[in-house]
Ligand binder design. Sequence first.
Ligand SMILES: [Zn+2]
Length: 139
Amino acid sequence: MERNKADNRQKLNWILTGAAIAFAALAIAVCLLLKPKTGAADRFVIRYGDGKTVAFSAWETRTVVIRDGEIADRATGEGDENVIHIENGEAWMEQANCPHGECVKQGRLSEETAKKRPLGTWIVCAPHRVYVELAEGGQ
Ligand SMILES: [Zn+2]
């Protein structure tokens, strides 16, 4: 009889331990599943040249110069040049010497403006083949 009680107590302990582990595993699984959904679009991926990409956090302040399909140190206005500015979660084409400057007219891209812009999460400079995409982090 005493022994049965001890056995039962041990069984209960195992059940409780198992339940605690299962609960922890479930909690971690839920966190992992929810993460991509709550993950904000918080970086800008710039595509240029022949399939080159470079990505920056949307929350760093940075000016990126692309000239003739390469990243350049500073703007000179020579060649096929685009100047992209990133600041406070927004990116925009600051300068470009493409024929019509359409990319400059596309204005500011951010998580907020992406909902209303005709090009959504993209800034496109078709003549220079420079593309800026607002993307989720960790992809
Ligand atoms: Zn352009």
